[in-house]
Design a protein around this ligand. Structure first.
Ligand code: NAD
Ligand code: MG
Length: 386
């Protein structure tokens, strides 16, 4: 039987890679719903190619264009929260969560509460909602499949082993475009330099996060929730080639790793076909050509975001929600040219100093803390720029 799938964030980097795999295996998948933020053309094209039944655009000002572009098809064009929830929790049994940022939280929760299998790329939603999301998945019988390459690697390494046999997780990080840059070069970094990742082609927000290493900080929190280990049993290791996607150390001293060329279609395919596997066109790993793999400790002086994120995880309460929201606003401000690259981590740290709220006890709480933090950081930026 075909797997019925929906993709939230179908026009982005992860979304288009997911579509690429689905379109190569039309006998395996039926596309039910696709969503996008504002790219009506990209959404309509994908919906036409895959014969999707529902296309949801988050920005209502693009609905008319979407309707026009879907004229003559069986695909319904829609906007609004109800339509987004329908895309997430409707007919599809498998849902790719690939919206960027906390904007994806409500639809991800809708899919979880409907007991769906959720392929989770949208790490910000998990960082923000943390235990609430994991608890909801357990309560509603939803399956979370990690799509982030590091977490997917760990998920693969853990297959068939008992959780009590795991000693620690080791998340690898490329180090981003500024790994070997001087302090001065990092302070002067432009948005164009920050989004130019050496190994991966990704959306702008995660590319900046990779440059600050906040991405690895978010992934540390993501790993804590997905695999249930405390901060002191999750290490970060810089590995510039992005070939070893992450490792698991077991209590007997064995270390398992997952390797592959840096192509998101590999972890996406693992989630798409799970518990089976499917072929992908990803370049095969040629270790004799690569010759050597390098590893080093992260530099927390140069990249304070990683230290700040670990502190937020250890502090817990509202800190991870605040960390994520502050980072989203700070990255958007940096990309808009409002301030220097190094201000991103400093704005996030300042936002966390104001962290007084306890742990959110509901998704509504998470959304409230997220909103308050966005306002607070916008004020900090305003105060700095004037
Ligand atoms: P992207 O910016 O390329 O795409 C984001 C998608 O979300 C687009 O379809 C966009 O239309 C949609 N979107 C944006 N804002 C929205 C809003 N307010 N409401 C509804 N939809 C909205 O991002 P990406 O690189 O594909 O990343 C998506 C997620 O996957 C992120 O959470 C990222 O951290 C994670 N991720 C990405 C990669 C990668 O290789 N790109 C790897 C690991 C994890
Ligand atoms: Mg990753």
């Amino acid at each position: 039987m075909k797997r019925r799938v929906s993709i939230l964030g179908a026009t982005g980097s992860v979304g288009t890679s997911t579509l690429d795999l689905i379109e190569r295996s039309p006998d395996r998948f039926d596309v039910i719903a696709l969503t996008a933020g504002s790219d009506a053309q990209g959404l309509a094209d994908a919906a036409r190619r895959t014969s999707a039944k529902l296309a949801v655009i988050a920005d209502p000002s693009h609905l008319a264009e979407l309707e026009t572009r879907l004229a003559g098809t069986d695909c319904r064009a829609a906007t609004g929260a109800d339509a987004l929830n329908e895309a997430a929790a409707g007919e599809a049994e498998w849902v790719m969560a690939a919206i960027v940022g906390c904007a994806g939280l409500v639809p991800v929760m809708a899919a979880i509460e409907a007991g769906r299998t959720v392929a989770l790329a949208n790490k910000e939603a998990l960082v923000s909602a943390g235990a609430l999301m994991i608890d909801a998945a357990a309560r509603h019988g939803a399956t979370l499949l990690p799509v982030d390459s590091e977490h997917n690697a760990i998920f693969q390494c853990l297959a068939g082993s008992r959780r009590e046999d795991v000693a620690k997780l080791i998340l690898t990080a490329s180090g981003g475009p500024f790994r070997t840059a001087s302090d001065a070069a990092i302070r002067a970094a432009t948005p164009a330099q920050a989004v130019a990742h050496p190994n991966w082609t990704m959306g702008a927000k995660i590319s900046v996060d990779s440059a600050t290493l906040m991405n690895k900080g978010l992934e540390l929190i993501e790993a804590h929730h997905l695999f249930g280990l405390p901060s002191n049993r999750i290490d970060i290791l810089i590995h510039p080639q992005s070939v070893v996607h992450s490792l698991v150390e077991f209590i007997d001293g064995s270390v398992l790793a997952q390797l592959g060329s840096p192509d998101m279609r590999v972890p996406i395919a693992y989630a798409l076909a799970w518990p089976e596997r499917m072929a992908t066109p990803a370049q095969r790993l040629d270790l004799a050509t690569i010759r050597s793999l390098d590893f080093e400790q992260p530099d927390l002086q140069q990249f304070p975001a990683l230290r700040i994120a670990r502190q937020a995880l250890e502090q817990s309460g509202a800190a991870p929600t605040i960390l994520n929201a502050a980072n989203e606003v700070a990255v958007a401000g940096f990309l808009a040219g409002q301030f220097a690259f190094t201000e991103i981590a400093s704005l996030v740290e300042q936002a966390l100093e104001r962290a007084v709220a306890g742990a959110p006890s509901s998704i509504e709480d998470v959304i409230q803390i997220d909103l308050e933090t966005r306002h607070a950081v916008a004020e900090l930026i305003e105060a700095r720029c004037h």
